[in-house]
Every structure is written in C-alpha cells, then in structure tokens.
Design a protein around this ligand. Structure first.
Ligand SMILES: Nc1ncnc2c1ncn2[C@@H]1O[C@H](COP(=O)(O)OP(=O)(O)OP(=O)(O)O)[C@@H](O)[C@H]1O
Length: 336
C-alpha cells in the first residue's frame, strides 16, 4: 500500500453563487492511498459528483487543501495534472468511426505531440493496458458496437494508458447488469493491487462496495464524510446509522444489509444448511418468523438430513405432508 497519495485537509466543496455560496460539504480531512480501492457512497444529490469534480480539479474547491503526491492541486499545470489524474465518466459518449485500440490510444495524449502520433512505446503501453483489463478480443472492434460493460472496460483501459497514479471513476457500475457490476468492481480492486494506483470511485452499489472496497467514504448531509474500512464502519455503527431507514436493517453478523420483515406468525423449523436457509428466507419474506428456537403447532423439516429432496410439513393432529418445492410448501403453510 502506498500511503497518502492524496492528502485532503479541511476541504470545502460547493458552488459560489452571485451573493451567496452553496456549500455542499466542508471540513473533509482524509488520505486516499495507492494500492487501494476506495468507494464513495451517498444518497442522490449529496455531493459525490461535486467531490469527484473538485478532487480532479474540474471545479475549484471553496477552501482547504488537496495535495497529490505532496503537491497542492492548484500548483499543477493542466498538462502536469493529465499525467497525475485520469477520470472515467459513465456518460455514454457517441464515438463513431473509432476502434477500441484508437480510443485507448487517446489515453496517451499527455505524452504525444500535437498530432497525437503514437510511438512504439506508446503502442506498447496501449497493448499492456488492453491486457490488464482483459479485453484483447475487443481491440479491433468499433467503439459504437460495444455493450455498456465492454465500453466501460475500454474507458478503464484508456485511463490505464494515461499512466497516472490516480484514477477517479464516476459511478462505473451504473447501467451494468449484476454480474457485470461484480466483474467491474473485482477488476478495479485487482487493478489497484496489481498497479499500486489510487483508485477512487463513486457508486450506489452499497453491497458490492462493502464486500470489495478497501475503504468506504460515507457522505451525508448531517455528518459530512465518514471514512473507514467497511468492517470498522460496521462495528462502530456508522453504517447502520447512515442507512437507518424503516424496513432496512444492518446485519452485523454478515456485514450486509437486509430487509427487515414484519412478522405476523411463526413456525418451528428443523434442519440446517442451504435448504434450511432458503426455507427460512421464503417464510420470512411471507411475514413468518421461522427458526429452530420458536414454537408453533405446525413444524417443517427441511429434509437436508434424509436427503430425499423433499420438505416435510407436520400439521396439527399428527398429519404429515411431503412437498417437493418451497413454492408448494408456502401454499400448504398458507392453507393452514
Ligand atoms: N452547477 C451547480 N450549481 C449549483 N449547485 C449545483 C450544481 N451542480 C450540482 N449542484 C448541487 O449540488 C448538490 C450535490 O450535487 P451532486 O451532483 O454532486 O450530487 P451527487 O451525490 O453526485 O448526486 P447523484 O447521486 O444523484 O449523482 C445538489 O444539491 C445539486 O443540486
């Protein structure tokens, strides 16, 4: 880990107006480390994009310091900054008549002359970036023919080709299906380790961020920015406070959020393993608290011990019913 590539001291961000100033957040103090993946989480409109734009010098800060590799951000020229920070935006760009390799080659522009001609070394960097992101099969495709997930990887390869110690990404998992979101976060985590770069991104994918990020920044209107490892934020209650909303509870055991069901009845459940967990989940989703510790006049054996693939429902009066699926089980339970 490369400690403190970015050092932030008492930073205020926002928008100067005609008479008044709109302060979006203030008093932010933090380090962002190289070799780590840092995820910025917060509700819509809380100021994540404003923060990212300020950190990348797209908009001026209202106050405080942002030091990158020891130098204040305002002391960098644009050209110097383009060799220190690369930014991956999520907006779909309408790029036509350009191949993937040509687009990634644009990442070399801080190093090329006016005409942007790539040297042999530049082409080697492009090739290496393509390999790091694992997209050699896309290299000759036209950019406008790519899927959202593929284009996102290409934009990351372009950022890698820019050879900057810092990469910022604005919601890189937006618009992706779930497996692609997981793949994208794993790729970024892997890249942070492999390249020792400082990778900082904003996201609404809380569960993924909690499982993959090294550091989490929680941004909210009341408390500003709270920073820590996902585990520390779990233990010290910051995560549960942050997402304290009716119907959502933070499960300390798993370190993840779950829907807080309201129960209207309960069923004694016998079994263990995955079948037990799935039956319990289905019943709880239907407002029935189900586990080994509750008592009830009907009882369900989840069948994992006998292993014949059925669920056994004990009804009042000693009657037993065997069913093959959780769907049937739910119907039987509702009938009783
Ligand atoms: N150019 C601007 N001038 C004044 N206020 C702005 C400007 N751009 C954004 N804001 C305001 O600053 C606040 C933060 O906006 P920002 O876009 O940074 O939030 P966000 O957390 O990125 O939201 P989202 O998750 O919806 O993308 C909002 O209240 C927004 O209305």
């Amino acid at each position: 880990m490369n400690k403190g590539t970015i050092h932030i001291e008492n930073l205020s961000i926002g928008y100067p107006g005609k008479g008044d100033v709109k302060v979006v957040a203030s008093g932010i103090c933090a380090d962002i480390n190289g070799g780590e993946l840092t995820c910025l989480l917060g509700a819509n409109g809380v100021g994540k994009s404003t923060l990212l734009r300020t950190l990348s010098a797209f908009q001026p800060k209202l106050g405080g310091e942002i030091r990158i590799q020891g130098k204040e951000i305002g002391d960098y020229t644009d050209k110097q900054l383009s060799r220190v920070i690369s930014v991956v935006l999520t907006e779909k760009c309408d790029i036509r008549n350009m191949t993937v390799t040509e687009l990634i080659g644009l990442g070399r522009s801080p190093y090329t002359g006016f005409w942007g001609t790539l040297s042999k070394e530049d082409r080697a960097v492009v090739e290496h970036s393509v390999a790091l992101v694992g997209i050699p099969h896309l290299a000759h495709r036209m950019v406008h023919t790519l899927s959202d997930g593929e284009r996102q990887k290409v934009m990351i390869a372009k950022a890698l080709a820019q050879e900057t110690p810092v990469i910022y990404l604005d919601e890189p998992t937006a618009f992706l299906d779930f497996p692609s979101k997981v793949e994208m976060m794993q790729l970024l985590h892997h890249l942070s380790r492999q390249t020792d770069k400082t990778i900082f991104l904003s996201t609404h994918d809380l569960e993924l961020a909690l499982q993959i990020a090294d550091k989490i920044w929680l941004m909210d209107k009341m408390n500003g920015v709270t920073i820590g490892t996902p585990e520390d934020l779990s233990l010290n209650g910051n995560l549960s406070n942050f997402f304290a909303r009716k119907g959502i509870v933070f499960d300390l055991e798993t370190g993840l959020f779950r829907v807080d069901n309201e129960y209207t009845s309960q069923i004694h459940l016998v079994g263990h393993g995955q079948r037990y967990a799935m039956v319990r989940k289905a019943l709880q989703r239907n407002g029935i608290l189900a586990n080994r510790n509750v008592t009830s006049d009907i009882c369900i054996e989840t069948g994992d011990l006998k292993g014949d693939g059925t669920f056994l429902l004990h009804l009042p009066g000693g009657q037993e019913v065997r069913v093959g699926t959780i769907e049937e089980l739910l119907e039987r339970v509702k009938d009783n």
